[in-house]
Design a protein around this ligand. Structure first.
Ligand SMILES: [Zn+2]
Length: 391
């Protein structure tokens, strides 16, 4: 990181972005909690403050390290999702170098991004892994808490510690979320959606998630957390216990479209094919398939109307572990129409005209997720990585 970028980020100092840091007896693992990357989602920030109070009050002793990082400070202060661009849609590797060497006055969120980037880089350099990243969010629709992850085996394994639904591969539909960026350096990274923006139980859910992560990652011993069983109960018996889901369908809202979701849908609520879901420009939108409704849009900002999920079978989950461990993916690039991107071991470029029989699911099985569609070709990126240093 050169000096010129530091000038532009003076506005936010580490003092106010770093809400707390704790160092333990063993110096590993390191847990990094990010709260408020969306400024209208304050439950995570309140939860962090409650956890900080409890750590001090109960004099919790740490084995590893813990850092609490604030996301979009400017948007949090203003109570808005973001000022100019969504801070959770601008984390792309190819952009980072440009950002670091920027010439023009950067957008508000880019200043925050650089500041967060510098802080994370410093932590990764100074502390010992394994590193666990948590990103706390809330949703506009009423929802049971759930986890979102990039589909790497280390992410999957760690998220199975929590008796709540896990949604895989959402990064195929979101461009540039922070956690996908982190994941590409091989670290465990989980998004946690604690419930709806306004619901006070969302705060309790985020707190429980932080404590459970600290214990399951062995950053803190269970005996250090008074009433740990209370947190266990908060995240239990809600819905879809230990189930993994994939996105089957996305309703994308066009520019200028008047989209209105039918009121009352809850996340993960089962829906039937043909069921009325929304009204768009006066026309009915009905479910194209049976499944579960996911992220129905009940706020003004956003381009995704809703998603439809399906449950991933235990068989698929196991088969994909075997396929990845045997490293059969080496053979994928030998198939006509599939080639490896030059100088990049993690990206396969697929020409759908030639590799016509290859479905997305085959790439998913081997741990590849489609990231972009460029020049009539799909770019699939490998999610399982060894740990490497940040740019
Ligand atoms: Zn969010």
């Amino acid at each position: 990181m050169n000096r010129s970028s530091l000038n532009a980020t003076q506005l936010f100092t580490y003092e106010n972005r770093l809400l707390g840091e704790f160092h333990g007896r063993k110096s590993s693992p390191t847990v990094i909690v990010i709260a408020g990357i969306h400024g209208n989602e304050k439950a995570g920030v309140h939860a962090v403050k409650n956890v900080l109070k409890k750590i001090k009050r109960d004099k919790v002793v740490f084995d590893g390290n813990l850092f609490f990082i604030l996301g979009n400070i400017n948007a949090l202060n203003k109570g808005i999702r973001f000022e100019q661009i969504d801070l959770n849609r601008i984390w792309r590797n190819k952009n980072m170098e440009d950002l670091i060497n920027f010439k023009e006055e950067p957008k508000q969120e880019v200043k925050e991004q650089l500041n967060i980037y510098e802080l994370i880089k410093e932590i990764l350099e100074k502390e010992n892994g394994p590193f666990y990243f948590l990103d706390l969010h809330t949703t506009s629709a009423s929802s049971v808490p759930f986890i979102t992850i990039s589909d790497s085996l280390n992410n999957r394994k760690f998220s199975s510690n929590f008796p709540i639904p896990v949604v895989l591969g959402i990064e195929e539909y979101l461009d540039g979320p922070l956690l996908t960026f982190i994941n590409e350096y091989g670290h465990i990274a989980m998004g946690f959606e604690g419930g709806s923006h306004q619901d006070p139980t969302s705060i309790a859910n985020c707190e429980a998630f932080i404590w459970k992560t600290l214990v399951r990652s062995k950053c803190v011993q269970k005996s250090q957390v008074k009433d740990f069983d209370k947190y266990k109960l908060i995240l239990a018996d809600l819905c879809c216990k230990y189930q993994f889901f994939a996105i089957n369908y996305r309703y994308l809202i066009e520019n200028g479209e008047k989209f209105e979701m039918k009121l009352g849908f809850k996340n993960f609520e089962p829906i039937e094919k043909g069921q009325l879901l929304a009204i768009s420009n006066g026309e009915e939108i009905r479910a194209k398939e049976t499944g579960r409704i996911f992220m129905p849009l009940y706020q003004d900002l956003g381009e995704d109307g809703f998603f439809i999920l399906h449950k991933i079978s235990k068989f698929w989950l196991k088969a994909s572990i075997v396929a990845r461990k045997l490293k059969i993916n080496q053979f994928l690039r030998l198939i006509p129409g599939v080639r490896q991107e030059r100088g990049n071991n993690f990206t396969l470029i697929v020409n759908p005209k030639i590799a016509r029989f290859m479905t997305k699911e085959i790439f998913h099985l081997f741990g590849y997720r489609q990231q972009i569609y460029k020049d009539d070709k799909f770019h699939f990126i490998k999610r399982d990585r060894k740990v490497t240093e940040l740019l």
